[in-house]
Design a protein around this ligand. Sequence first.
Ligand SMILES: Nc1ncnc2c1ncn2[C@@H]1O[C@H](COP(=O)(O)OP(=O)(O)O)[C@@H](O)[C@H]1O
Ligand SMILES: [Mg+2]
Length: 295
Amino acid sequence: MDQAAGLRHLVKENGQGSHVDIGGSDSNQRIRVISITSGKGGVGKTSVAANLACVLQALGKRVLILDADLGLSNMDIVLGLNPRYTIGHLLRGEKTLDEVIVTAQDGVKLLPAASGIQELTDLDNSQRLFLLNELDALNGKFDIILIDTGAGISSNVMYFNYAAMERVVVITGEPTSLTDAYALIKILSSKYHQKRFKVLVNLVSNGNEADRIFRSLSVVADKYLDSPSLDYVGWIPYDKMIPKAVRKQRPLLNMNLNTPASKSYKRLAERMLTSEDDVVFEGDIKFFWRSLLSC
Ligand SMILES: Nc1ncnc2c1ncn2[C@@H]1O[C@H](COP(=O)(O)OP(=O)(O)O)[C@@H](O)[C@H]1O
Ligand SMILES: [Mg+2]
């Protein structure tokens, strides 16, 4: 059974997938731009973006990952790719978007970043506008763009979170992950007027632990921030197969559909697809402002 067939089977097996569109993509559908972000590094953003992309692609969506950890990228490694060109070539006008985007085994596309290139760690305004314009041209070619941001509260991280239509903040049970997530949400809501955040809890043992961790963040956010809304989208268990998959340079979902994390990723993808109607467009500059203006 190939990966897509395996995932469809998994959807049916769990009896929860009847409402998920697995028959292909509707090119008239509005593109969704979703950032996967965190305050603290090492919480699993890249892993989440790669695996979520894999399931969504297998469910019939056309998915592009934008590696936005511009100076310290590693999505290409996780996907087992060795791209010739990066976003640096695009920004310098040396290559076109089509020349830079590469395809992973499962059909997921990647706009790779460069590792160790200092000049990309802080894009200037003209580079940001150039990138928005370039990405705007992708409307109609993809259903979902997942942006794997860097960690922290640098201006690049803020920019990509601001440019996205939805933000998924990844947290773990470590106190520093919670305080850093709080700091990120605080800045995005107070300075960038972003009020809605999806929260994903990674690296836990079970749903109760994940609920507790989510609650501890939402209680503090409710108390001290000016009404941002935190929407709990699920949890991914600690799964020893994930680091193994990274060592093999393949997303977990590309090699093993039956581990605890694989099943959680399937549920997460399903939830993301069914929450599509809730998407609220915030901010002024969007990757796909033309389509927003035309609706
Ligand atoms: N659910 C999980 N179970 C086990 N290991 C995980 C899980 N999620 C991520 N990891 C591991 O944690 C480390 C950090 O993940 P990564 O995705 O690189 O984080 P980030 O992009 O936030 O810095 C990696 O070694 C990855 O394999
Ligand atoms: Mg990362």
